[in-house]
Design a protein around this ligand. Structure first.
Ligand code: GDP
Length: 528
């Protein structure tokens, strides 16, 4: 009989963070390959084709080659269950990415050896920092000429402010790439393009002193390697598990994802050292993963995954206890019991019906708009997980409808797409405008495309005089009413029915805040 504590200890739930093009998708596929989740041996499928078969569902993504949605991939490896939560790959930094990172226990950072630390990596790293998320680093594309590995480690340390502990070290680079040395086990893994798909299919020497190595790389390269290793070991930090788990040190691996090289040492180290599900804070107490009762929170909602059924899937991260198909759970925000029937798991590349799930796992719950991002489910206790914020969007557009008869569909479409959290939808109190807010400009294109594709509504977006929004909160109902009356022309309601201040200028916002000291104007809304 499986118990919660054992099952939880086997889980490794993580996300990959990187700048676009560093190789996140390629690495994801290789990891799935090791997990036996996808079959690519022999005829390696086209990367894009394989990508769509696994993590992408939407027509738009196929058309543009971007990953707009994120998904979950689960695979077994070395007796562990790995849950990889995909983060959206497009250039706009979205809240959806942020929230995926609230649902993981650790992260893997991919860096392009030629480019080093890039802008989006810095941003994502800041997010990980907020929760001290442990991070492993994979420096990719070693089959190409890139920067000096020591310089790269320096850059990670100085720009990202995290100590580096190289676990593998490259032997050569580009045309001269010969392999990597494992600084913890001492093993040498040779680089043999077209091979390396399994440990059996790789040449591994027990140490750099193995005579076979000299025969393969030559005496001169071996001598250089010895010198370099001495330098590296003198200048860098040895792996320190507590420092890694505290988010102060990142173990670093080198390799080439597309050649499947250096990936297995990474994965082996990952399942061994990455943290299992961690305790989580709630409004009332800290929840331990090994607790018997099921708890979890919704970090993502995706509409219309199956265009045949207008369904919305809420992705819930299990934080404690055991989920069993068909069980009833308490939906804390609404105070109602809800049957979790037909929940999905994300084993391999297919969505399947979940029989059970454990801490660290993610299940997909079908719903018709009753579940919101940030919602908590329990077996009856009224606690809510904290730390899953909604951000005030930074860009605003008014929806312009080409066919006025489709107004109802437009409202419905905008409201449902907003449930996913990438965009936010506002209705001013004093006009019939429908205003959409987003963090990145691409999201308006995505919204227009999906309105047409999924709701049959031809709409565009045009500029509107809103620069930022604030959620309005006030403990005194009379003050709030007064505020509402005096500021009606700048107030609106968001998709969740909350009162929002739609600021026409920053100066206006500042003056309003000064004039109404008893009213809180909040830039983020914690999902209560
Ligand atoms: P993502 O945007 O981070 O998901 O990056 P992709 O996985 O789509 O990779 C971006 C490009 O880099 C693609 O053309 C890949 O084929 C290529 N790429 C990925 N890994 C490697 C590698 O190890 N070596 C080389 N030379 N190219 C790679």
């Amino acid at each position: 009989m499986p118990d919660v504590s054992t099952e939880a200890s086997l889980r490794r739930t993580f996300a990959i963070i990187s700048h676009p093009d560093a190789g996140k998708t390629t690495l994801t596929e290789k990891l799935l390959l090791f997990g036996g989740a996808i079959q690519m041996a022999g005829s390696v499928k086209g990367r894009k084709a394989a990508r769509h078969a696994t993590s992408d569902w939407m027509a738009l993504e196929k058309e543009r080659g971007i990953s707009v949605t994120s998904s979950v991939m689960q695979f077994p490896y070395e007796g562990r269950i790995v849950n990889l939560l995909d983060t959206p790959g497009h250039a706009d930094f979205g809240e959806d990415t942020y929230r995926v990172l609230t649902a993981v226990d650790s992260a893997l950072m991919v860096i392009d050896v030629a480019k080093g630390v890039e802008e989006r990596t810095i941003k994502l790293m800041e997010v990980c920092r907020l929760r001290d998320t442990p991070i492993m680093t994979f420096i990719n594309k070693l089959d190409r000429e890139g920067r000096d590995p020591i310089d790269l480690l320096d850059e990670v340390e100085s720009v990202l402010g995290i100590q580096c502990a190289p676990v593998t070290w490259p032997i050569g680079m580009g045309q001269r790439l010969k392999g990597v040395v494992h600084l913890v086990t001492g093993e040498v893994h040779l680089y043999e393009p077209g091979r390396n798909f399994t440990r059996q299919d790789s040449t591994i020497f027990a140490s750099i002193d193995d005579p076979g190595l000299e025969a393969r790389i030559g005496a001169q390269m071996l001598a250089e390697l010895r010198d370099e290793l001495e330098l590296v070991q003198g200048a860098s930090h040895p792996f320190d598990a507590p420092a890694y788990l505290a988010g102060r040190q990142t173990p670093v691996f080198f390799g080439s994802a597309v050649n499947n090289f250096g990936v297995q040492p990474l994965l082996d180290f990952f399942v061994r050292h990455a943290p299992p599900p961690q305790p989580r804070a709630t409004t009332t107490r800290t929840v331990q993963p090994a607790e018997a009762g099921l708890t979890g929170f919704v970090f993502k909602i995706q509409a219309n995954m199956d265009p045949q059924h207008r369904d919305r899937v809420a992705f819930m991260r299990v934080c404690s206890g055991r989920f069993v198909a068909g069980m009833k759970a308490f939906h804390v925000r609404t105070g109602k019991e809800q049957k979790l029937a037909n929940a999905l798991t994300f084993m391999a590349s297919d969505r399947e019906i979940a029989a059970e799930a454990w801490p660290g796992d993610v299940i997909g719950i079908h719903n018709h708009g009753t579940i919101s991002i940030g919602d908590t489910f329990t077996e009856g206790e009224a606690l809510s997980f904290t730390g899953i914020p909604n951000f005030a969007p930074e860009l605003f557009r008014r929806a312009r409808l080409r066919d006025p008869l489709k107004l109802k569909q437009l409202q419905k479409g905008l409201a449902q797409l907003s449930e996913e959290g990438a965009t936010q939808f506002f209705r001013p109190l004093m006009s019939n405008d429908l205003i959409l807010g987003a963090v990145g400009v691409l999201q308006f294109d995505v919204a227009a495309y999906r309105l047409k594709d999924e709701y049959g509504v031809d709409a565009g977006f045009e500029p509107v005089g809103v620069v930022t929004t604030r959620w309005v909160r006030c403990g005194d109902p009379r003050k709030l009413e007064e505020f509402r009356e005096k500021n009606a022309q700048n107030l609106g309601i968001d998709a969740a029915g909350q009162l929002v201040y739609l600021a026409p200028t920053r100066v206006n916002l500042q003056l309003t805040a000064e004039r109404w000291p008893d009213v809180e104007l909040l830039a983020t809304r914690e999902h209560a």
